[in-house]
Design a protein around this ligand. Structure first.
Ligand code: DGL
Length: 256
């Protein structure tokens, strides 16, 4: 029997498309419904209650449109709302993303690992607990990056202004040797190349997109909700800023 319901993917804006790419790579025959809340972005500098309410509302929109499962493809929204969402929808295959500290620590034990994320993600208890879990195994350095997601929201992945922003941001943590960088916000993989050019190719860069996609596949398998279609699925972009420009940006980032 064919099951063509969509996997719902949510982010505060266009960053979650970095996770959508990983989902499509491992489950090309699924349909996807992506919702970006660009009108209210950034989430990472807002109040916790506000991010929680916006996340719940937008996940509900995806469910009303028929999503069979939800990926919260936003580290900030995950830390603010995923526990509440799990209580609200106990039977829903629901996966949130969190900074990929574990693979970075396993690859670079005892070394300096920088975690780039939004101020809100780094302040939350969820992140503090994650850091405590690994702090005996490596030196973990949180680096808040207010302002970085806005470049991606503008589709700016290559400008001199972005280069200057990143150079200044990373200058302090680079005074001592870094072994790895964890991209703890789904917008940042779009700036991965520039970050790598600045810190050097020897610094390993991790993000949680692939792990999140694999976890969604596992959950769907357990729930017997994986599509058995033979052909490639579709991708539909919804955005609270519903303009042609936003649609074009989403397509551009998906193909990037
Ligand atoms: N993409 C979001 C994340 O993964 C955050 C961007 C924002 O500040 O809204 O944390």
């Amino acid at each position: 029997m064919e099951n063509r319901e969509a996997i719902g993917v949510f982010d505060s804006g266009v960053g979650g498309i970095s996770v959508l790419r990983e989902l499509i790579q491992i489950m090309p025959n699924e349909n996807y419904l992506y919702f970006g809340d660009s009108v209210h972005a950034p989430y990472g500098t807002k109040k916790l209650e506000q991010v929680r309410a916006l996340t719940i509302e937008n996940v509900q929109t995806l469910l009303e449109k028929g999503a069979k499962s939800i990926v919260v493809a936003c580290n900030t929204a995950t830390s603010a709302a995923v526990a509440v969402l799990r209580k609200m929808y106990p039977d829903l295959p629901l996966v949130g993303i969190e900074p990929a500290i574990k693979p970075a620590v396993l690859a670079c034990p005892g070394q300096r690992i920088v975690v780039m994320a939004t101020p809100m993600t780094l302040c939350q208890e969820k992140f503090q607990k994650l850091m405590q879990q690994y702090e005996d195994m490596a030196q973990i350095i949180p680096l808040p990056c207010p302002g970085l997601m806005e470049f991606v929201e503008r589709g700016d992945l290559e400008s001199e202004e972005l280069h200057k922003y990143l150079t200044e941001l990373l200058w302090g943590v680079q005074k001592e040797k870094i072994a790895a960088i964890v991209l703890g916000c789904t917008h940042y993989p779009f700036a991965r190349k520039m970050i790598s050019d600045i810190v050097g190719k020897e610094v390993a860069i991790f993000d949680g997109g692939n792990g999140t996609a694999r976890e969604m596949r596992r959950r769907l398998m357990v729930a017997e909700k994986l599509s058995d279609a033979k052909e490639c699925g579709s991708v539909e972009f919804l955005n609270s800023r519903n303009t042609q420009k936003e649609q074009e940006l989403c397509q551009f980032l998906l193909n990037h």
